[in-house]
Write a protein that binds this ligand. Structure first.
Ligand SMILES: [Fe+2]
Length: 203
């Protein structure tokens, strides 16, 4: 699945890389996501905003509060108005302390993937992130890079980082995106988009 010495290769995009690992079994992951969604539902820090819906997969050991409130989305910076003033939103998340798989996901293929990622990279939070149709994020930057495994997507989905836009197919590929610069994601299709998103704590 994820090799300890897996090779990361550049793409034609400046802020997108991918690995040459054996592909993730996407039908199996999709099946598990559907089961988790049915049994546990999604969480958000702000129910008035539809663009962000998460299933938090790991947490601080024994700390159920670490996957609630602002910890679900995490700290980011944005330009909310026409003024060139950057604003910081939500509190800092101590990503390194997210070392425990939430008990309901123990023994699953999803756990296997997270453990494999953790054996290859230093990682933080792991979440399934769902974006409903015709939704987009704020134009923002995050403190770290992200590992993306698209689980369900469509051709109207694009990540935009600075002045580059790209589509990440749900073909089992593990992608790395540089979220430390300004970016966005939009789902211009008519079905939900689901990615497994993991914080990458390496430069
Ligand atoms: Fe982001």
């Amino acid at each position: 699945m994820i090799e300890k010495d897996s090779t990361i290769v550049s793409t034609t995009y400046r802020y997108l890389e991918k690995t040459l690992d054996k592909p993730i079994d996407i039908p199996r992951l999709w099946n598990e996501y559907s089961w988790f969604l049915n049994d546990y539902g999604t969480v958000t820090d702000d129910p008035s905003i539809i663009d962000f819906n998460a299933i938090c997969l790991n947490r601080k050991p024994g700390d159920t509060k670490s996957i609630t409130g602002g910890n679900v989305r995490g700290k980011y910076w944005t330009y909310p108005t026409d003024r060139p003033i950057e604003e910081e939103r939500l509190p800092y998340v101590d990503e390194e302390s997210y070392t425990e798989i939430c008990p309901e996901f123990l023994g699953t293929y999803t756990e296997e993937i997270i453990n494999a990622l953790a054996s290859r990279w230093k990682i933080g939070r792991a979440r399934f992130l769902m974006k409903p149709p015709r939704s987009c994020l704020s134009w923002h930057r995050d403190p770290e890079r992200r590992i993306h495994i698209p689980v369900k997507t469509n051709l109207g989905c694009r990540m935009v980082i600075e002045d580059e836009a790209f589509h990440m197919p749900a073909d089992g590929t593990i992608y790395i995106t540089d979220n430390r610069v300004y970016h966005n994601f939009f789902n211009g299709g008519e079905e939900n988009r689901i990615h497994l998103v993991v914080t990458l704590l390496e430069p």
